[in-house]
Design a protein around this ligand. Structure first.
Ligand code: PMP
Length: 384
């Protein structure tokens, strides 16, 4: 059997990883400024994480959600404390799409309504409800097509309020990313997000903050929306939560309830998933990774803004979009093949995305900046 051909691949085979670095089978080292798409939060193969996971696997790795698992409660409490959402409840599942799927379902159960307002450029996952609120018809199969989703331009208050006037009484939820990731690192403005929260309250819709990519300190605060005082009804998390082990969750306002059986999943919240998520939180706290993301992010963003060939630098903390004057694919390729540096793309062909592990330091930043400068310089010479 061959693999189903769905991913464009780099011709690289990583066989070992540590901190912000990967090694291929020939022993060549790569600097990872992509984190496997924002998944590696505390750094690859962190010793504390390895120890916690190995010990757990040795004792018990899995049983179904039909027994008491104090680890789940421990995780909920620790996540509540570090994120500032101690009064919320936690539903555990295994991927970002699944978290959004469940948040949308909960909003619909809670309100008895079926419509959702989402934003142009949004990416929320590939399962049926999640892909329906994703602004990309190319990844929607006919079975995903629905009349229930209204798309509005991000940061357009007038369009948002107009959509609320028309659809308000039928809206179960408004879903918005902390910062749009796949869409090219585009943030909702603070004032706009406040307007969205107020609008939701006015029409009785729930506000879902998709923090799948932005959560867990990526932007220098635990959640990106915490740069404002907006408090969403539902918050979805995944990616950095498990540092590579599949674990995700929905943080749920205590006023929202579900009857037994309404939600469920076989793998969600298993022993290993909980221990991975706990180990990540422990390292984030111990190593003050939020402060590091803020400090190093600022340094990187400020330096990138000085580069000729860079049109705009967007983002917060260690979620950075670098808008170039030319398509970024050849530049990313050259960074990888000549300098051994992994970077990310976005749906905007000129926007390169940086999503490094939250533990990177000044040395890694300087390595990247000098490589990036050389690559931009050669591409300018070639263009002229
Ligand atoms: N929401 C956002 C904001 C994302 O960036 C992604 C993944 N790129 C998802 C949801 C989907 O997550 P997963 O791939 O784990 O289903």
């Amino acid at each position: 059997m061959n693999l189903f051909d769905v991913y464009p691949l780099f011709d690289i085979t990583p066989v070992k990883a540590q901190g912000a670095y990967l090694w291929d089978e020939h022993g060549r080292r790569y600097l990872d400024l992509y984190g496997g798409h924002a998944v590696i939060s505390i750094g690859h193969s962190h010793p504390h994480y390895i120890k916690r996971m190995a010990r757990q696997l040795y004792n018990i790795g899995f049983y179904s959600n039909s027994v008491q698992m104090p680890l789940q409660q421990e995780l909920a409490e620790k996540l509540g404390r570090l994120s500032g959402y101690e009064d919320y409840n936690l539903f555990l599942c295994s991927s970002g799409a699944e978290a959004n799927e469940n948040a949308l379902k909960l909003a619909s159960f809670h309100t008895g309504r079926r419509k959702v307002l989402a934003f142009k450029g949004a990416f929320h996952g590939r399962t049926s409800a999640a892909v329906a609120v994703t602004d990309n018809p190319a990844i929607q199969a006919p079975i995903n097509e629905t009349e229930n989703v209204v798309f509005v331009p991000l940061n357009d208050t007038e369009a948002f309020n107009y959509a609320l006037e028309v659809h308000g009484p039928e809206l179960a939820a408004v879903i918005v990313e902390g910062i749009q990731g796949v869409g090219g690192v585009r943030a909702p403005e603070g004032a706009f997000l406040k307007e969205v929260a107020a609008g939701c309250e006015r029409v009785g819709a729930l506000l879902i903050l998709d923090e799948v990519q932005t959560g867990y300190g990526r932007t220098g605060k635990f959640f990106a929306h915490q740069y404002t005082d907006v408090k969403p009804d539902l918050i979805t998390v995944a990616k950095g939560m498990g540092n590579g082990f599949p674990v995700a969750g929905v943080l749920i306002n205590p006023g929202i309830k579900a009857k037994h059986g309404m939600l469920g999943t076989t793998f969600g919240g298993n022993y290993l998933a909980c221990v991975a998520a706990l180990a990540v939180l422990e390292v984030i706290e111990e190593e003050k990774l939020l402060d590091n993301a803020q400090r190093i992010g600022k340094r990187l963003i400020e330096a990138l803004r000085q580069f000729p060939g860079v049109r705009e630098v967007r983002g917060e903390g260690l979620m950075i979009g670098v808008d170039l004057e030319e398509p970024c694919a050849p530049i990313r390729k050259q960074l990888l093949t000549e300098y051994g540096i992994f970077t990310g793309s976005s749906s905007d062909k000129n926007t390169l995305r940086l999503l490094p592990p939250l533990c990177i330091g000044a040395r890694e930043v300087d390595t990247f900046l000098s490589a990036f400068e050389s690559v931009l310089h050669t591409s300018t010479i070639q263009a002229n």
